[in-house]
Design a protein around this ligand. Sequence first.
Ligand code: ADP
Ligand code: MG
Length: 325
Amino acid sequence: VRRRSQLMSEFALIRQFFTALGAARADVALGVGDDCALLKVPAGQQLAVSIDTLTAGVHFFADCAPAAVGHKALAVGLSDLAAMGAQPAWATLALTLPSADAAWLAAFSAGFAELAHAHDVQLVGGDTTRGALSVTVQVHGFIPDGAAVRRAGAQVGDVICVSGTLGDAGLALRGMLAGSAVAPELQQRLEYPTPRVQLGLALRGLATAMIDLSDGLFGDLAHLLTASGVGAEVALAQLPLSPLVAAAVAQADDWALPLASGDDYELCCCVPAAQLATAQARAAAVGVALQPIGRIEAATGVRWRLPNGEMWCAVAGSYDHFATS
Ligand code: ADP
Ligand code: MG
């Protein structure tokens, strides 16, 4: 049962924390405050839209720093925009909160706002309800008509590339679940992922296919290959790994760590072999490493080649919320 006084304070908190959040964009005719936002998509551009929910206890620990929850809730959406080559513009936010905790909301909105400002994103609306802690963010971005980089489009002979490093967030999560000390740089990768927005834009017109790695390369590359109707060979020795993840893989021969633990928020793209150097130069220009890891082949499925030349047989898939086993 909701008491009126509680409702009033919730509206006050929305006003305080969410009315002027992020950039102030000229293409927002009307933002937070009315029944709808009024938004102007530039002529000749398509609107790219994606929505993600983060639920306490599933996607983040209930006691996770609220600034990190705010950051990550926006970051995962921006990563989807990046994977299409879209320029971020607007976001909406549906918040379900167990209580109107002003300190929590202040830190949450600050974490959200910092990333929003960094990508010139304006929060233009949302919804606030009471219940178990859950955060849903819809992001909106622009792509010139027909310029989106889709999952479909990979061609036989293309080089498969991955940005940044894989498995850092997974190693952090593993440590936190085990109650052991977690290196700060790994915890940062789990809680404050960096969406590769500038890289996505830089690869527009060059990448033949692209996907962002939210569930792990093992599953996400399969999505790209299925959409493109092709297969691949990947050299595990070429996976970009941070020293800590490389050590963990070497210690237990644990390839599932970089391949299937998820939350990487790196980009996986395919580029024609003749364009690899250009793609890497464009990535370097935006401060991100782009590592070639394999080739597109006609035969469907993925051949994961171990450093010793043998083939790796997958024992773990990527994260599936509805998996039955
Ligand atoms: P309505 O009842 O007409 O749907 P609401 O009371 O839900 O309106 O919201 C009032 C205004 O506040 C709307 O402009 C809505 O977009 C905005 N809003 C509500 N919750 C949030 C939020 N968490 N973040 C941003 N804007 C919000
Ligand atoms: Mg509403």
